[in-house]
Ligand binder design. Structure first.
Ligand SMILES: Cc1cc2nc3c(=O)[nH]c(=O)nc-3n(C[C@H](O)[C@H](O)[C@H](O)COP(=O)(O)OP(=O)(O)OC[C@H]3O[C@@H](n4cnc5c(N)ncnc54)[C@H](O)[C@@H]3O)c2cc1C
Ligand code: FES
Ligand code: FES
Length: 460
């Protein structure tokens, strides 16, 4: 096992000893490496000032928030910061030129973050369509320039020829850095570590757990990192079901999920930002067990099951049985979530989902709802409905389901209060949440009866 951190930074190999792997990448870049182009704004993944690019083995370049990424997470990877961008003859990189020429910067504090997001966008070869640009920038905030010139700069970087990334210093060996940060490569190894270190925290993408290190400055004392465990990284899809490994990121899972359940396209584009989706995982969303996580209601409506593994064997649970109380799950201390499986839609079935949050982008939901329906001759024959933000756990709405099948939407709306007695918090009062849930059911009714009208309303 390797006992030191090594990765590639701006094309140069780096070896680190004597620094905690729980240090955030941002702190290390700025305080230890002197690379202060990468800024700290919010320290919680919201503003994008700290954006750097991970250059993956398969050539992907992905923007991530260095403020919530731990140093241990980049072991064996390749990282590029704004200092690592270079144009012809050592001048400004074309992305930087585009930002300057579009007058897309004033005080400049946010600019390195925008530059790195634009660099990842350009390297991805996407088209500069309004939706795509908006989505690519949703994780970066600017408080002085205004977004029009920044969007214009994004238009200028489209089609830019960017060399393929250098091969990262891939580490085939498992890492055990300082005896506190373990990065197993196989499920066997992971389960052995899980039983040896029952108090260790499991870290997938770190977009929840990383906040302990950045915002709270209290990182876990021992971590088992899941991102390199091959058995947690697979995606399997056949005619009947889809299985997503718990350590697969949203970015990796999205094409398969959207192909099977097209309503997830707009929904996933509002789950965090690209920076968050490039590291965050479904397993982490479920493992975190937040009542307002976006994926649990979707997965509950889709009749997903969760596979839990330990040295004692594997067991599958319907996802709704996994959540047993406020942020409490059925996961035993020696278990790990291996994967999530969901059946495909059968002919005659449709799937819809909705999220209501205080801000459109980069905001976790106040209320989320998802529906898997079988409709025949305009009548709902079968329904599975999942809600988030309405109870202490993500939860199935069984009274709503029964009413949808037996009586229709008016009865289903009246049944919301039988399923849920939501809490009030700063995101919304209990009565607001009940009203939102009722309104989402009204929207669902319109969607089924008048799909064109809903599209028209949503475009406003
Ligand atoms: C700025 C920002 C915006 C966000 N926006 C959203 C949003 O819109 N919607 C939303 O739902 N969430 C949002 N989140 C929360 C977070 O991104 C998601 O919950 C994400 O899915 C967490 O995945 P992760 O891999 O990063 O989890 P991690 O942080 O690595 O882990 C989260 C928890 O799950 C546990 N865990 C992880 N993997 C496993 C496993 N395989 N087995 C058992 N336990 C495991 C960990 O121990 C930890 O307790 C946001 C976070 C930030 C910082
Ligand atoms: S400092 Fe704001 S996202 Fe990292
Ligand atoms: S240019 Fe000042 S915050 Fe964006």
């Amino acid at each position: 096992m390797a006992d030191r951190l090594s990765f590639t930074l701006n094309d140069q190999p780096v070896e680190i000893t004597g620094i905690s792997p729980m240090t955030t990448l941002l702190d290390w870049l700025r305080d230890r490496r002197g690379l202060r182009g990468t800024k700290e704004g919010c320290a919680e993944g919201d503003c994008g000032a700290c954006t750097v690019v991970l250059e993956r083995e398969d050539g992907r370049r992905e923007a991530v928030n260095s403020c919530i990424a731990l140093l241990g997470q980049v072991d064996g990877l390749s990282v590029r910061t704004v200092e690592g961008l270079c144009g012809v003859d050592g001048g400004a990189h074309p992305v930087q030129v585009a930002m300057a020429e579009a007058d897309a910067t004033q005080c400049g504090f946010c600019t390195p973050g925008f530059v790195m997001s634009a660099y990842a966008f350009a390297a991805g070869g996407e088209k500069a369509e309004a939706d795509t640009v908006h989505e690519a920038l949703a994780g970066n905030l600017c408080r002085c320039t205004g977004y029009r010139p920044i969007v214009e700069a994004m238009g200028r970087v489209v089609g830019l020829a960017i060399d393929p990334p250098p091969a990262p210093a891939v580490r085939p060996a498992s890492a055990a850095i300082d005896g506190v940060f373990f990065a197993p490569r196989s499920l066997d190894e992971l389960l052995t570590l899980r039983s040896m270190y029952p108090g260790a925290r499991l870290l997938a993408g770190g977009t929840d757990l990383g906040l302990d290190a950045s915002r709270a400055r209290k990182p876990p004392s021992t971590i088992i990192h899941l991102a390199h465990v091959a058995e947690l990284k697979g995606i399997a899809a056949d005619d009947e079901k889809i299985t997503i490994g718990a350590a697969v990121t949203y970015t990796e899972a999205a094409p398969t999920l959207i192909e099977a359940f097209p309503a997830l396209r707009p929904y996933l584009s509002r789950l965090g930002s690209r920076q968050i989706r490039n590291l965050g995982t479904l397993g982490g969303n479920v493992g975190n067990a937040s009542p307002i996580g976006d994926m649990p209601p979707v997965l509950i409506a889709l009749e997903a099951s969760v596979r839990l593994v330990s040295g004692r064997g594997a067991r599958d649970l319907p996802l709704e049985e996994f959540f047993v109380g406020y942020r409490k799950t059925a996961l035993a201390p020696d278990e790990v979530i291996q994967s999530l499986s969901m059946p495909r839609l059968w002919p005659g079935e449709v799937f819809f989902c909705d999220k209501v949050s205080k801000r459109r982008d980069q905001d976790i939901s106040t209320v989320a709802a998802a529906y898997r329906l079988r409709i025949k001759d305009g009548r709902i024959e079968d329904a599975r409905v999942g809600f988030g933000g309405m109870a202490a756990t993500p939860k199935r709405a069984t009274h709503v389901e029964a009413a949808l099948k037996a009586e229709g939407f008016a009865a289903a709306i009246a049944a919301v209060a039988n399923d849920f007695q939501p809490l009030s918090d700063w995101r919304g009062t209990a009565s607001y949440r009940l009203q939102v849930a009722a309104n989402l059911l009204r929207r669902l009714e319109l969607r089924i009866a008048e799909p064109a009208r809903v599209l028209e309303l949503e475009a406003l």
